[in-house]
Design a protein around this ligand. Structure first.
Ligand code: ADP
Length: 617
């Protein structure tokens, strides 16, 4: 009777296990740790059911009546016991992984996980060998047979030990125990408790396989098996979003190029007008206003370009050595004209123990601080602006924590607006700000750049009293020694390069005209041409001291032209890239491509004079 019940239960377990196996292997799945373990458990469960059926069917036949047949039967019984142990080992591994996932991730690396599982496998192998060596016997009572002996008792102890390990793991993760993934484990422990009782009373009744199959069915619905279809859809959406974002960045970059090219002409010609001798002061005033307005426009274009690059994760950190005293001083020089004739006292202090040379992304440091200084100048009508740069030097790690503060006595920011301050395109107190130019991008960029470099920014402000912005940035110390002052000369010496031969290559006639005018005061021999091919041809007949090369040209761009030029035997003329894209890292890019230097359009006269001085020795 008991045997018949067991047979029915076993057949039912076989049936629903087969359904789950079919479902699991037919459904597309992502192979993660959980599904891998589940797959193995399914196979083991199938093997154990098949073994049990086989033992069941052979147990009462004549096979066990002879010695050799009995030996095979008993050995196979031990194999069956080992199969059950291995299933329990896998669910123990699953429990360990699950508990670890919801706790603090001690096994977060693949390596740690592998090492732990390797240890478990070694112990399991030893235990199984011992079980295989232990004796078992086959007992026939009332015409029904069952296996017992040392091996089955040892196996039972092992299973209890595994259940204790799982129980301890569950206790350690008890705070998250209400998650659905824990359900099969809790149920297994409860069923095992009941099975142990039933088994003790009825050693003939084997209930492991039905219990295991029930657990497999429940686990099928609780294991982490991400829906492949959903993932594919998400992947598609992600690719589309990335494409759209790329298109946006490209559009912005092209737009910036397109805007900067005519701006180059506007700034260039206005500056020429400023220097012309035969113009009235009024006309020169207009020219100055054009330059100022163009510079504002340039700032806006650069801001949009920056934010799109930040969003596209294309902003890179480009570390360089720099002299902090020189850099922060130059920022003061840029800020003072912005204050104009407002009754504001501008104070600047820099810590005495500031290292002489630091290493970091100086261009971004400059941008961050200049944004804060410009805002202070923009939003303060009277009083003071205090710009302080302090530092904490750690010689053991060779790092310097820059602590930059910009404090003003300006209009301040309302408490409820502080949180919006760093949002892009968000301008605050619009009614009061209408007369002040801005796009609301400055602080969003400042914050992103600071955080990108591992720094922090915070603000304290009282409405109508003033604001303090503080930035903390870590930089590398290169040297404590302050280098000799080689700060840029303010006066341009136009007489230095008289008679030198310069070639300017640009496909835009108007840009060539600007370049010729910018170079005019130097009294150099300036030759122009409109394409890379023309430039190469010119090399056959003429020699030059320097080439200014536009990058974006049709047919043959600046980089290709440079390559072709460098292939001409004996060609040693320095070539300067002249481009309208002001993208961060451009300088490094072009220098890396073999250009001797880089100038961005609109050409800055001071930078031009520096480049000429360096390359026209
Ligand atoms: P923008 O200055 O281009 O408008 P920002 O992102 O630099 O954009 O600043 C956002 C807003 O924060 C500004 O519109 C202004 O209202 C406020 N703000 C920034 N700096 C100050 C400051 N020092 N004092 C008062 N308000 C400020």
């Amino acid at each position: 009777m008991l045997k018949a019940i067991q047979m029915v239960i076993l057949l039912m377990s076989t049936l629903y296990l087969c359904i789950i196996v079919i479902l699991f292997f037919l459904k597309k799945r992502i192979n993660n740790d959980d599904t891998e373990i589940y797959k193995k458990m399914l196979i083991i469960n199938l093997a154990s059911i098949a073994s049990e059926l086989l033992l069941f069917l052979t147990g009462e036949t004549n096979l066990v009546k002879n010695k050799a047949g009995l030996f095979i039967f008993l050995t196979f019984s031990k194999v069956f016991v080992c199969i059950i142990i291995s299933w329990f080992l896998y669910i123990m591994k699953y429990t360990i992984l699950l508990c670890d996932k919801v706790k603090k991730k001690k096994l977060d690396t693949e390596e740690k996980k592998k090492t732990l599982f390797r240890k478990i496998n070694i112990i399991a192998a030893i235990v199984m060998i011992i079980v295989m060596l232990m004796p078992v016997e086959f007992i026939l009572s009332n015409g029904e047979g069952y296996t017992t002996g040392l091996a089955t008792k040892a196996a039972f102890i092992i299973l209890v030990t595994i259940c204790i390990v799982m129980f301890v793991e569950l206790i350690s993760a008890r705070k998250k125990i209400n998650r659905k993934e824990f359900m099969p484990i809790i149920l297994l422990l409860v069923l095992m408790f009941l099975t142990t009782g039933i088994q003790a009373a009825n050693p003939k009744l084997l209930l492991f396989n039905p219990v295991m199959s029930v657990i497999m069915v429940i686990m099928y619905f609780t294991i982490e098996n991400p829906d492949v279809k959903m993932i594919q859809q998400l992947d598609m959406a992600k690719t589309q979003a990335e494409k759209a974002n790329k298109a946006k960045t490209e559009f912005l970059s092209n737009m910036s190029h397109e805007i900067r090219t005519p701006l180059n002409a506007i700034v260039g010609f206005s500056e020429c007008m400023l220097e012309a001798k035969d113009l009235s002061e009024e006309t020169k005033g207009f020219a100055k206003d054009i330059v100022d307005a163009s510079n504002n426009l340039l700032e806006i274009v650069n801001g949009i370009l920056d934010i799109s690059k930040i969003e596209a994760n294309k902003m890179e950190i480009v570390p360089k050595e720099y002299n902090p005293r020189e850099v922060f001083n130059s920022l003061c020089k840029l800020t003072i004209p912005r204050i104009g004739d407002k009754p504001i006292e501008f104070n600047f202090t820099i810590s005495e123990d500031m290292p002489g040379v630091l290493k970091g992304d100086v261009a971004k440091v400059k941008q961050i601080v200049l944004n804060l200084l410009t805002n202070a100048a923009k939003y303060t009508d009277q009083g003071e602006i205090n710009f302080n740069v302090n530092c904490i030097n750690r010689m053991d790690t060779k790092t310097c924590l820059l602590y930059i503060s910009v404090k003003d006595t300006g209009r301040g920011i309302k408490k409820e607006n502080i949180d919006k301050l760093f949002n892009k395109f968000e301008r605050i107190d619009e009614d009061r700000n209408t007369t002040i130019e801005g796009t609301g991008l400055g602080l969003a960029i400042t914050k992103s750049l600071t955080e990108m470099m591992g720094g922090r920014i915070n603000v304290f402000s009282k409405y109508n009293e003033g604001s303090t912005f503080r930035v903390y940035l870590e930089q590398e110390i290169v040297s404590m020694e302050v280098p000799e002052n080689n700060s840029e000369e303010i006066e341009i010496d136009y007489s230095l390069h008289k008679g030198k031969k310069i070639l300017v290559v640009d496909d835009s006639k108007i840009n060539l005209k600007v370049a010729v005018n910018v170079l005019k005061p130097y009294n150099m021999d300036v030759v122009t041409c409109e394409s890379g091919m023309d430039a190469i041809k010119l090399m056959e007949t003429k020699t030059f001291d320097l080439i200014l090369m536009d990058i974006m040209m049709p047919k043959m761009d600046g980089v290709e032209t440079l390559k072709a030029l460098r292939e001409i035997p004996g060609f040693e003329v320095p070539v300067v890239a002249l481009t309208a894209d002001a993208i961060e890292g451009t300088e490094e890019k072009y220098k890396g491509l073999g250009f001797d230097d880089y100038l961005s359009k609109p050409i800055d006269r001071y930078l031009l004079s520096k480049v000429l001085k360096r390359l026209l020795k």
